[in-house]
Design a protein around this ligand. Structure first.
Ligand code: HMG
Ligand code: MG
Length: 299
């Protein structure tokens, strides 16, 4: 089996994770992100410049980013749903914006209060601002394997939204299985279609682990040449607009899988697990990561 020789992990725990957990302090978020950087993570989503009325947990993203002390190689990104969010992110020096829409009209309405095509319109000035300031833009498409409101999602719709995001200037699109309903055969069918039109280096996978399929799905995506994986330390989080969805696949579990496949992601697993234990202590919960729990049991 030919797996990619280099795999990039995009750590989304401080955003996708914490947006759906009880609030922690700004200091605790800063410590988490600094610890993730110390563990070797180089792509870290640090917050979201969204409406605090919609997602209060992310209201302090500017303070978090201003307070960070991460390695200089770290690429910090943040969600920017509109120009207001992008301007606020730019002000604190964010070098990568993440814009987000979905392959489901119903989900897009619940999540960002507009249609898919209106969301693309809203992103145009965000991308313009990014281009004018040398900021990269990443795109997310949610609900690529199923929607909490409409159920089945057509792969053709996913393809269409991905093409629009890439055409407007995203360097990569992350495919979100927001409610974690996908299985490897569905992943294969979707990626087979997408890869007929889009090269593998422009796609990332973003699996939530609600039904315990995330690692199997990642393994399938790797087999198909996808080399960027989103994950969240300790399997934090979920999605505020997808009831019952669990967190992203845990970064500890992904790192262990990659090491087992002979792909060294250059991440210190022990330090990573410790970062997860610290934030879980702040949240008064156990990590949702088999690898983290196994390492904890050995300590
Ligand atoms: P809206 O209510 O339609 O927007 O929200 P609006 O323009 O009418 O503004 C309403 C109020 O929000 C105004 O304040 C604006 O100033 C303010 P008011 O006058 O009422 O006091 N506002 C903002 N404040 C701060 N930052 C901003 C901003 N924009 C407007 N950027 C909006 C539209 C997009 C803002 C809203 O729907 C929103 O913030 N949604 C965020 C939803 C969200 O963060 N969801 C979770 C992330 S997506 C996800 O988790 C999926 C992903 O992980 C992939 C996957 O798993 O599938 C990415
Ligand atoms: Mg997500």
């Amino acid at each position: 089996m030919a797996y990619p020789s280099n795999v990039r992990i995009v750590e989304v725990g401080a955003r996708d994770g914490l947006q759906n957990e009880a609030s922690v302090t700004t200091e605790q978020k800063i410590s988490l992100i600094n610890a993730l950087s110390d563990a070797g993570l180089r792509d870290i989503e640090a917050g979201a410049f969204v409406s605090p009325k919609w997602v209060p947990q992310m209201a302090d993203s500017a303070e978090v980013i201003k307070g960070l002390n991460v390695a200089k190689e770290v690429n910090l990104s943040a969600l920017t749903p509109n120009l207001k969010g992008a301007e606020a992110a730019l002000e604190v020096g964010v070098k990568e914006f993440a814009i987000f829409t979905a392959a489901s009209e119903a989900f897009t309405q619940k999540n960002i209060n507009c249609s898919i095509s209106d969301s693309i319109e809203r992103f145009k000035p965000v991308v313009e601002l990014a281009k004018a300031n040398g900021v990269k833009v990443r795109g997310y498409v949610s609900c690529v394997l199923g929607c909490p409101y409409q159920g089945e999602v057509e792969p053709d719709v996913v393809l269409d939204v991905c093409k629009q995001l890439l055409a407007m200037g995203c360097y990569e699109v992350s495919l979100g299985d927001t409610i974690g309903v996908g299985t490897p055969n569905k992943v294969q069918a979707l990626l087979t279609l997408l890869l007929e039109h889009i090269s593998a280096d422009k796609l990332a996978v973003h699996f939530h682990d609600t039904y315990g399929q995330a690692l199997a799905n990642i393994s399938k995506a790797l087999e198909m040449g996808i080399a960027t994986i989103d994950s969240a330390v300790a399997g934090l989080g979920g999605c505020p607009y997808a009831k019952g969805a669990s967190g992203n696949v845990a970064t500890e579990d992904v790192v262990y899988l990659l090491q087992g496949l002979g792909i060294n992601p250059q991440i210190d697993l022990e330090r990573l697990a410790k970062a997860g234990w610290a934030i879980c202590e702040a949240l008064n919960k156990q990590p949702v990561s088999k690898v983290s729990l196994a390492l904890q049991a050995k300590c």
